[in-house]
Each structure stands twice: as structure tokens, then as C-alpha cells.
Design a protein around this ligand. Structure first.
Ligand code: PLP
Length: 471
């Protein structure tokens, strides 16, 4: 009988992949996917072959099938979303993680993976200047980090109200109210839903023109509400990059014995900047924070950090225990204490390697450079007739609209035309969003390759295209 066994490791074309990696990263790759869904399905789909195939052929086929469907977020012209580009040092560590085949659910599955993760998490606390006693879960992203922070929040505010969620679940629990801004990131509402909270548990707080919670409204709504409370704030709004008033939120949280969670998917990194640190002042008074590694820090996807000041509350919310899952030695780390997964990739290696590749100064320079670029772009567009910058450019985000003064509908169409025009030659990737009922072009500046001259060139291109459209 013929067996189809996997290729021996010596037959795997690692050299070829390494050579390809160097070419892909150093060359100009497509910013936009060129293949249609149907074409990609035709390349990837079909029936799974009965017999296994040689790895060399599979890798060739994979590159051929994937390339037309890749998006160039590793290129400097990528401004569409706040998405990192997988730092090469992290990529190399990521390969090793797979080569070593490490599962880092518990310490004993991968003592090295667990300890690298612990070190990376401590570095993150240090870089973000958050309470050093906090526990940190290394997650797949900020959505999951928010879920974890809010799970700890839910369980703890209920515990204080005399309800043990581990024993009694959510069904008979006292009503918890979540105070969250009208402009919160959609992932926070999703996390709340996964945690059993619906619209009737959520008090939406009015916002200012930058998408920040109005703290007078927050105070008023909290004063009118009985029972356990959670506040969700934002450090770095997805569109405007704005920061909320964390000191007032923290005061209100203390006054009401509430829990304050901060979503700082990318904005929290202002804490490690030399020029923008003050934006996130007061954030250290919160009870939990969620942030990403795979956005501004360029840790390869996927990486996020769930940070909880009260380790015990974090652990009570997440712990998975079983007799076959031993505790770590001493005060070592079982990731299952802080994350909802059991088996999980030892993603601490990539975080550890990327953070070391930057060093503290590198992270500072990274954030400072992008904020400076955003400022330059804003200055250079400021006087151009018909271009409106809708946000106060405090971080790395701009939202723009293009307007001939013929009404909002026409302006929305002009902004869409500019999106198409900017993307047309393939050297840039932009996307639009809705902001306060208006269509805006998002400019998220965080590429590892973006330097001031790139944004000045971009500004010239924008003005030239806009003048052509204006006629
Ligand atoms: C403010 C904010 N919160 C949360 C998220 C969700 O992060 P992730 O995509 O890593 O889950 C994002 C993503 O852009 C964000 O900008």
C-alpha cells in the first residue's frame, strides 16, 4: 500500500523562501491586490489532491497564487489603515517560532517561549510607562485585548457587588452599565457583546468634534445610574487620533467605584514618544488597557497586549486549569492565566525580537517621526483651497475632504474621486471612511519606510490631482 508521507525537512526549500523574502521586502511590490475574488478562488480552490505534493512545488504555487492577492502594507505608500508591516527582525523570529514548533499555552510546553513572552510584556509596560505590577496577556490583537480587559472589568465590578460570575454566571447578575463614547471603535462594542452586554447595558456618551467623550455628559449619566459601572475610554481615535480626558474619567471612576478600561490600540504608544507623551497623560490611572503590537510597533501579525492592573482580577477572568496543565515554576508564566486560548503560538518570540530591534530609542523615534510627518502633511495642505482637514492633527492621523463648495453630497463625491485618483497609479493606497456624516479620506502614517520627504511628495501629488479635478 502506498503511503503519502510528508516531505523530509531536508526537502523543504527554506533557502528559496529566504531569498524570496529578501527580494519581496527590498523591492517595490504591488500596493493593491490585482486579482479578483474569482481569480483567487481559481488559484487556491479546487479539490484537495489525493496525494501529497513536493514542498518545492507547493511553495512555488503558493507564491504564484498569493502574490496577485497581496496588499502592500509593507510599502511606504500605504496610508489606508492603521496596519503595521511586520518588522523583518520579528519576521525572522516568527520563522524560528514555527521551526521550533512552539505552543506556549503553558510554561512547560515552551519554557523559552513563555519567558520571552514575559520579558516582552515587561518591556511593553516599561515603554508605555504603566503600573509595573500589571499583568499582561499577549493576544492576537487589540480586539481580543479589549475583550480580556473588559472581561476582567465585568467580573470584578460584579464581585464587588457580591456576585460571583464563576459560580453564578451572568444570568442572575446585577445590571452592569458600560459608559462608552458614541465614537468608540467598533471592536469595543463587539467585545462587550461577546461578554454578554447588549445595547441596554451600554450608556453612549456624546462626543466632541474629535470623537472624544464629553466628560460632563459622562458625569451626568454616571450620577443618574445605580449599580456596577465600567467606563471605556480611547487613547488615539481611529480616525482623528484624538485622546480623551483621562484624569476626569479616572476621577469619576474612583468616585463611583467603577472600572476604567482604555482602548489604545495604536494611540497608547504616544506614551513612549518624546513629543506626544502628554497626550496620554492620566491614562496610567486606568484599571486596564488594550493595545496592539502589530500596528505601530510593527510586530508581525498577530500581536496585541491586554494589560490589567489587578493581576488577580485578570487571572480570575481568564484562568484555564486542569490536572494535566501544571503550574509554572515559581512566579513563572502560564499564558493561560491571562489569555482565553489554551494552545497558542509562542508569539512572545516575535514581540521580543521586534522590541529589541527597535530598543527604547527606536520606539521613541518611530512614533516621533510619524507624528512629525503627519504635522508636515497637515501644514503643507493647510492653505490649499478646497481641502479640509477635519481633525486636529495631534498624532499620526489625518482625515481630509475635498470640496468645491457645491454642498455635502458633491464634496463626498469629490473625496471619492480623489481616493480613486490617488490610488490610480498604484504608488499609494488610500481608503475613505464616514466621519460625522461626511466622506473623508483617511491618512494613517505609520509605515516603517515613511520619512518626511515621502509625505511632502504625497502632498504635492494631492495638490496636483486636486487642481486637475478642480479644473
Ligand atoms: C482604536 C482601535 N481600537 C481597536 C482596534 C482593533 O484592533 P485589532 O484590529 O488589532 O483587533 C482598532 C483597529 O484599528 C483601533 O484603531
Amino acid at each position: 500500500m502506498k503511503h503519502s508521507l510528508p516531505s523530509p525537512i531536508s526537502d523543504i526549500p527554506f533557502d528559496k523562501v529566504a531569498a524570496y523574502a529578501a527580494t519581496y521586502r527590498s523591492g517595490k511590490t504591488n500596493l493593491h491586490a490585482t486579482a479578483t475574488l474569482e481569480e483567487l478562488r481559481a488559484s487556491f480552490g479546487g479539490v484537495l489532491p489525493e496525494q501529497g505534493q513536493p514542498a518545492e512545488q507547493i511553495i512555488d504555487d503558493l507564491i504564484r497564487a498569493a502574490e496577485p492577492g497581496l496588499v502592500g502594507n509593507t510599502q511606504s505608500g500605504f496610508y489606508a489603515w492603521v496596519m503595521g508591516s511586520s518588522h523583518p527582525a520579528g519576521v525572522a523570529a516568527d520563522w524560528l517560532t514555527s521551526i521550533w514548533g512552539q505552543n506556549c499555552g503553558i510554561y512547560q510546553c515552551s519554557p523559552a517561549g513563555s519567558t520571552a513572552e514575559e520579558a516582552a510584556c515587561n518591556w511593553v509596560l516599561d515603554l508605555l510607562d504603566l503600573p509595573r505590577q500589571s499583568s499582561v496577556g499577549l493576544t492576537i490583537g487589540a480586539t481580543m485585548a479589549g475583550f480580556i480587559g473588559l472581561a476582567a472589568a465585568r467580573d470584578e465590578v460584579l464581585r464587588r457587588a457580591g456576585h460571583d460570575i464563576a459560580e453564578d454566571g451572568l444570568q442572575s447578575a446585577p445590571h452592569v452599565t458600560i459608559f462608552i463614547s458614541d465614537d468608540t471603535h467598533a471592536s469595543n462594542l463587539a467585545a462587550l457583546r461577546y461578554l454578554g452586554f447588549g445595547n441596554r447595558n451600554i450608556a453612549r456618551i456624546a462626543t466632541d468634534d474629535q470623537g472624544c467623550m464629553l466628560t460632563d455628559d459622562l458625569a451626568e449619566q454616571m450620577n443618574q445610574t445605580q449599580g456596577p459601572k465600567i467606563i471605556v475610554g480611547t487613547a488615539g481615535h481611529i480616525n482623528t487620533g484624538a485622546f480623551e480626558d483621562f484624569h476626569t474619567m479616572a476621577d469619576l471612576s474612583e468616585e463611583h467605584d467603577a472600572w476604567l478600561h482604555i482602548d489604545g490600540a495604536f494611540g497608547l504608544w504616544a506614551r513612549s514618544s518624546s513629543t506626544r507623551h502628554a497626550l496620554a497623560d492620566g491614562v496610567e490611572r486606568a484599571d486596564s488597557w488594550s493595545t496592539d503590537g502589530h500596528k505601530w510597533l510593527h510586530i508581525p501579525f498577530d500581536a496585541g497586549f491586554a494589560i490589567v492592573k489587578d493581576r488577580a482580577a485578570h487571572r480570575r477572568a481568564m484562568d484555564i486549569t486542569a490536572s494535566y496543565l501544571p503550574d509554572p515554576p515559581g512566579d513563572g508564566r502560564n499564558a493561560t492565566h491571562f489569555n482565553p486560548e489554551l494552545s497558542r503560538r509562542a508569539r512572545g518570540f516575535t514581540a521580543w525580537a521586534t522590541l529589541r530591534a527597535f530598543g527604547k530609542q527606536g520606539v521613541r523615534d518611530l512614533i516621533d517621526n510619524h507624528c512629525h510627518c503627519a504635522e508636515l502633511l497637515a501644514q503643507s495642505l493647510a492653505d490649499e483651497p478646497g481641502i479640509t482637514i477635519h481633525n486636529d492633527v495631534v498624532l499620526n492621523q489625518l482625515i481630509l475632504s475635498f470640496d468645491l463648495g457645491r454642498g455635502d453630497e458633491d464634496a463626498d463625491q469629490m473625496t471619492q474621486r480623489m481616493e480613486q485618483a490617488l490610488n490610480a497609479d498604484g504608488s499609494h493606497f488610500f481608503r475613505i471612511a464616514k466621519w460625522q456624516e461626511r466622506c473623508v479620506l483617511r491618512v494613517s502614517i505609520l509605515s516603517l519606510k515613511t520619512k518626511p520627504h515621502h509625505v511632502l511628495e504625497l502632498s504635492e501629488k494631492m495638490k496636483r490631482l486636486w487642481r486637475e479635478i478642480r479644473g
